[in-house]
Design a protein around this ligand. Structure first.
Ligand code: GDD
Ligand code: MG
Length: 358
């Protein structure tokens, strides 16, 4: 199938609640990952597949996307934006972009997925199976947080079970679908619709041809702090593919204008943002340090995200935590196991242990 005759639609209207407090200031797809707004990796992949026209379905913090990507020409794309005043859900978001579609086939993406799936192969699979809709499917160890999608021996989708506690298979919706235009026109307009809970089950009960395309390439939903940290580390180390990253990859990535004192240890796919300062004796293991953050002497940051301009005091320990923009963590504090600190909050020195939200 000619990728130039396919529209790409990226759903980016969600609030990114599971990544709060980072998503209080930036929408999830715009959070920095390996030095670039996350969406850049997805858009570069779309461009590399030869697709030219992209529509972003926005709602939460919509203006940030256009400010960053403009008309898309820097990425070799033509990008348009469609805004939902009230978020319309994933299905409503797809229906809402219909007036901007130029072609008979659209490829829809969740905006928070890091994946190496071959988009050309997915499109060809859709065409050769003469499907109405084709879903990219992957296998995961715990399918309960996703849409569970059993298929038969001919790749026909049998059911779509969104976030079920008792999934019949480990095969899940990878958040990328090919839709024939007339199927998009069947989605109810101007009201909230879930593609997962309403559109897919209705298409199946109406007997439409919904196919699955299963592959084993890299795949990760970046929606939780654990996955965000892991996906960022995988990008830095070259485990996750991205056509937007052209330099050789390694154990860490330090951006322009950052300073790292001698004797600091950076491992595990750590990334240090622009203008950040890393003190002597600091240990960063799988750390995501946003621009302008300061990590002071002897502190340790493991598998954690440190927001824009935050400060981590001397000999503090942050493990599996999320520190909001501009927060100030005192000397010797220990923030462990899912601890989250809200933007601008000051945690005093003392070495107190916290493992809940502050
Ligand atoms: N335009 C628009 N409007 N976009 C939305 C809306 C909306 O109302 N609600 C959510 N989105 C966007 C989000 O910004 C995100 O990029 C994408 O839709 C998916 O939303 P998530 O909130 O990340 O969903 P999820 O991760 O819980 O589940 C979805 O993705 C899984 C794979 O990553 C589902 O599609 C699952 O079935 C799937 O397995
Ligand atoms: Mg998600």
């Amino acid at each position: 199938m000619d990728p130039k005759k396919v529209d790409a639609v990226v759903l980016v209207g969600g609030k990114g609640t599971r990544l709060r407090p980072l998503t209080l200031s930036a929408p999830k797809p715009m959070l920095p990952t390996a030095g670039l707004a996350f969406m850049t990796h997805l858009l570069a992949r779309i461009a590399a597949a030869g697709i030219e026209h992209v529509i972003l379905g926005t709602s939460y913090k919509a203006a940030v996307f256009e400010a960053e990507f403009g008309d898309g020409s820097k990425l070799g794309l033509q990008i348009e934006y469609v805004f939902e005043e009230e978020a319309l859900g994933t299905g409503g978001g797809i229906a809402n972009v219909a007036p901007k579609l130029r072609h008979d086939t659209a490829i829809i993406f969740n905006g928070d997925v890091l994946s190496g799936a071959d988009l050309g192969e997915l499109l060809n699979h859709h065409a050769s199976h003469q499907a109405d809709v084709t879903l990219h499917l992957v296998r995961v160890s715990d399918p309960r947080a996703f849409g569970c999608v059993p298929t038969d021996g001919d790749n026909r989708v049998l059911a779509f079970l969104e976030k079920t506690q008792d999934p019949p298979t480990d095969q899940i919706n990878a958040g990328c679908y090919v839709f024939n235009r007339e199927i998009i026109d069947r989605i109810p307009r101007d009201r909230e619709v879930s593609v997962e809970r309403e559109v897919f089950p209705t298409l199946l009960s109406d007997g439409l041809k919904v196919c699955g395309y299963v592959d084993t390439s890299y795949w990760r939903d970046m929606g939780t702090p654990e996955d965000f940290v892991r996906g960022s580390s995988d990008l830095v180390r070259g485990i996750a593919p991205s056509p937007a990253l052209t330099k050789p990859r390694g154990e860490f990535l330090v951006h322009d204008g950052a300073s790292v004192a001698p004797g600091a240890l950076l491992i595990g796919g750590t990334v240090v943002g622009r203008g950040a300062e890393i003190g002597p004796g600091v240990r960063l293991d799988g750390a995501v340090i946003f621009d302008g953050a300061h990590i002071e002497a002897g502190a340790t940051v493991e598998r954690s995200i440190i927001g824009f301009g935050a400060r981590i005091g001397p000999r503090a320990l942050i493990r599996d935590g999320v520190i909001g923009d501009g927060a100030d963590i005192g000397a010797r504090c220990e923030l462990l196991r899912g601890a989250r600190v809200w933007p601008g909050v000051k945690v005093p020195d003392l070495g107190i242990r916290y493992s809940s939200d502050i």
